[in-house]
Write a protein that binds this ligand. Structure first.
Ligand SMILES: Cc1cc2nc3c(=O)[nH]c(=O)nc-3n(C[C@H](O)[C@H](O)[C@H](O)COP(=O)(O)OP(=O)(O)OC[C@H]3O[C@@H](n4cnc5c(N)ncnc54)[C@H](O)[C@@H]3O)c2cc1C
Length: 387
């Protein structure tokens, strides 16, 4: 990447802000990455031990292909494993047009895939129980990113490239003649700090609507339950070959084999109640956990179904079309938000797009990344000002 001397502030050190900051540091920009909470923390969307990385379900592959290469480079650089290949099944009826579309994309792009009918599922995975008229699209190359290791490694690499992480909540952004003035509140007792940057990139996850009120009508912050179920027999573990199961489109549920916590299988509900991210633990998740319990009882009969052994929560930031916003707000502010429960795997590509926008080198974003799909003006019908 050609070098720059730009001074850039990135707000938010989740996986999106951290990758954006790393790309900017690689381009030699002077970057400060602001994070409101001491690191590491579990209050946003990027914490935890695992995230699914899947090809099945993607309609455009370029952002994912680029991201896979960058995750692999990071693995080589750190010597730490970031990805565990498990394969992935996405369930549905044999004539499901969405699954047929997903499989056709894998076929067109030369990737392995297979339709498993109910008898093949039963013989491969006798610890599951699905309806006779259901099968599953099989993505053998899917797997899990070890999320906390990914996040920590990106931030460490950023700091190795002389990037600076500062703890403090960014409270205001004001355009001034010399650039953009960023006001930061480190703690209630500290005086407000302020500095002027050439550009700001906002990657504030579920807090984005608080910092950029004009985006608030488009963003829904949702608390979502992350449940772990005891697997006494160990048959649902990654090490015994159990894959990721996707059923969120039809039932709201998806699950990852036990890996992070021994003999505990991670089952998630794709959604939850709208919640202020600062008051997240007040959200009632009971009805969603009951849906997960029902799914476990019906489809994963060897798990202990009395209730989750561990309950954690996480935040989704949803947009009206479940696609992120990756765009310029005005001549000094770029924003990446609304990753709608699926942004982790693409974070290297998203960070590159945001970095290129902040460096005003949008023309270097590959055409195959389809930046137009993520522009803010697609919501213009809802009359949100762009800027
Ligand atoms: C339960 C769950 C499961 C998921 N599963 C998958 C999956 O399988 N595959 C996948 O690809 N994706 C998955 N995702 C989605 C993915 O994890 C998110 O899209 C991604 O982590 C979003 O990252 P972010 O950086 O936008 O937000 P965050 O991680 O929330 O980061 C935003 C950061 O900004 C900070 N911040 C906010 N406001 C300020 C401020 N004013 N000043 C300073 N700092 C501020 C916050 O403290 C936070 O650290 C999942 C998400 C959840 C919750």
């Amino acid at each position: 990447m050609p070098a720059t001397t730009a001074r850039i502030a990135v707000v938010g050190s989740g996986i999106i802000g951290s990758w954006t900051a790393l790309h900017l540091a690689e381009a030699s920009a002077q970057v400060t990455l602001f994070e409101q909470f001491p690191l590491p923390h579990t209050r946003g969307s990027s914490h935890g031990l695992s995230r699914a990385f899947r090809f099945l379900g993607e309609l455009e592959m370029d952002r994912l292909d680029y991201s896979q290469i960058r995750w692999q480079e990071l693995e080589q650089l750190t010597g730490e494993q970031m990805f565990v290949k498990t394969g992935l099944m996405n369930f549905g009826p044999a004539d499901d047009p969405t699954l047929a579309l997903y499989m056709s994309v894998l076929k067109r792009t030369g990737r392995s895939h297979k339709w498993l009918d109910s008898s093949e599922i039963a013989s491969r995975y006798p610890m599951t129980s699905y309806p006779q008229d259901w099968g599953a699209a099989w993505d053998p190359d899917g797997g899990m990113l070890i999320a906390h290791r990914c996040l920590n490694s990106v931030q460490k690499r950023f700091q190795e490239l002389r990037g600076h992480i500062e703890t403090g909540r960014v409270t205001s952004l004001d355009s001034v003649e010399a650039g953009i003035r960023v006001e930061v509140h480190a703690s209630a007792s500290d005086p407000v700090d302020a500095a002027v940057y050439d550009q700001v990139v906002i990657c504030a996850g579920p807090w984005t609507g608080k910092l950029v009120p004009q985006l608030a009508p488009l963003l829904q912050s949702v608390a979502t339950p992350v449940t772990y179920w005891h697997d006494p027999s160990g048959v649902y573990s990654a090490s015994s070959g159990f894959p990721i199961i996707f059923n969120s489109r039809l039932t709201g549920i998806y699950g990852l084999p036990s890996y992070e916590y021994p003999n505990l299988v991670k089952i998630l509900y794709h959604g939850g109640p709208e919640t202020d991210p600062d008051l997240r633990d007040r959200a009632s998740l009971t009805s969603h956990i009951e849906k997960v319990q029902h799914y476990v009882t019906e489809h994963l009969p060897l798990l202990e179904n009395a209730g989750p052994a561990i309950l954690e929560t996480c935040m989704y930031t949803m947009t009206p079309d479940s696609m992120p916003i990756i765009d310029r707000l005005d001549d000094k502010v770029v924003v990446g938000c609304g990753f709608s429960g699926s942004g982790f795997k693409h974070a290297p590509a998203t960070g590159w797009m945001l970095a290129m926008m902040a460096l005003q080198r949008e023309q270097e974003i590959p055409v195959g990344f389809r930046a137009d799909r993520y522009e803010l003006h697609r919501f213009q019908a809802t009359s949100v000002p762009n800027g």
